[in-house]
Design a protein around this ligand. Structure first.
Ligand SMILES: [Zn+2]
Length: 280
């Protein structure tokens, strides 16, 4: 696996702290820096970020960790983290979907059950994708996805119809939402989560006394307790990532079996990337 760190840094700040030839300009005011994970400059950027933060300022304004795997690494993985890369707006709550927020965790807002079916403006879901999500973590899959899942006798979820918010009220659509029947996978403490790679939220700002939340962002690959895996092909983590704010809702991570990976690859499914997840 090859890990690279991407940072975006305001040009005036980049000029103060970094070599002029490090990274590429995205505009007159923003610079993009991409470095291999083991490059000492990653830690230097981390040190600058920490020092700036103490002064109440930021150094980078965006970060992302890219992981690239060999075909063999993906092939031999026992479980894969399916990371959705197709998004749509608006979220369900703006299309007639109702949540029972009173039943959600009072501390972190996780676990609010749906009070209605999932109603969306399904015309806004990218048509060419087989899986997509809203900023509220509402995951939808295509009818193609559902058909392939059933045809191959895969286990771990049932699929409920998603409704389109039409002029005459909710109408059936081509999309489905997974309802998980698999046992949630217990996240192992080896999984690193936090605000960014250099701020693991020691103050617990994005964690919950009832321990629903892993943290604001996933930073490492996922590590899951082997004993909690019931052998399903489509699973979710027990813990959530993200936060409850405005339309944002905490989200669980999706995991798939090698068998489901093969099925998705066979149908050339779109809308996601895969990372290796580890059973420990
Ligand atoms: Zn909670």
């Amino acid at each position: 696996m090859r890990e690279t760190f991407e940072f975006r840094i305001a040009e005036d700040r980049a000029r103060r702290f970094l070599a002029p030839d490090l990274g590429v300009p995205l505009s007159d005011i923003l610079r993009k820096v991409v470095l291999p994970g083991d490059d000492p400059r990653v830690q230097e950027i981390g040190d600058i970020q920490r020092a700036q933060r103490k002064k109440g300022e930021l150094f980078f304004t965006y970060w992302h960790i890219h992981r690239k795997y060999t075909a063999e690494e993906l092939q031999s993985a026992e479980l894969l983290d399916l990371i959705i890369r197709a998004y749509f707006e608006p979220p369900g709550s703006m299309c007639g979907t109702e949540y029972d927020d009173a039943a959600a965790c009072k501390h972190c807002g996780a676990d609010a059950p749906l009070k209605t079916e999932l109603i969306l403006n399904t015309k806004r879901i990218p048509k060419s994708k087989d899986i997509a999500q809203s900023i509220a973590g509402e995951v939808v899959v295509s009818s193609r996805f559902v058909a392939a899942f059933k045809e191959h006798g895969l286990r771990g979820a049932e699929f409920r119809p998603v409704f389109h918010n039409g002029r005459k009220g909710p109408q059936p659509s081509e999309w489905y939402r997974p309802v998980f029947t698999s046992k949630p996978l217990k996240l192992d403490a080896k999984t690193v989560a936090g605000n960014n790679p250099f701020d693991l939220d020691e103050r617990g700002e994005f964690r919950c006394p009832k321990r629903h939340m892993a943290g604001l962002n996933q930073i490492s690959e996922l590590y899951l307790k082997r004993a909690s895996h019931d052998g399903s092909d489509l699973c979710i983590t027990d813990k959530y990532f993200g936060c409850r704010r405005g339309e944002l809702r905490p989200e669980r991570r999706l995991l798939i079996s090698p068998k489901l990976r093969e099925v998705l690859e066979g149908m050339n499914a779109k809308g996601f990337i895969l990372e290796v997840a580890h059973l420990v």
